[in-house]
Design a protein around this ligand. Structure first.
Ligand SMILES: [Zn+2]
Length: 90
């Protein structure tokens, strides 16, 4: 325990300069953005948060009655943030 403490307190390499920290932050942000862009291209939808993928809005009294969910239009899915509608041509 004492050695670990003294090791961490020992004068090691200099802390990175703010420019290096900023650069790495930018690199990581770009990599995360690229990964997210690939992900939303492959899977642009997520379950609708209002109806939970059922696409139905149930009646409060007659619970077997339903209409199409207003949020997703009855599809039960919604686009993920920054995702666009996939083109049907490809
Ligand atoms: Zn819905």
């Amino acid at each position: 325990m004492l050695t670990a403490l003294s090791l961490s307190a020992a004068p090691g390499p200099q802390p990175p300069s703010p420019a290096v920290v900023l650069l790495w932050t930018a690199v990581i942000a770009v990599m995360a953005g690229t990964a997210y862009r690939l992900s939303i291209r492959r899977h642009p939808y997520r379950p609708c948060r209002k109806c939970g993928e059922s696409g139905k809005h149930r009646g409060a009294v007659f619970t077997s009655s339903f209409r199409a969910c207003t949020r997703c239009g009855g599809t039960g899915r919604e686009l993920r943030p920054f995702a666009s509608e996939p083109d049907r041509h490809s």
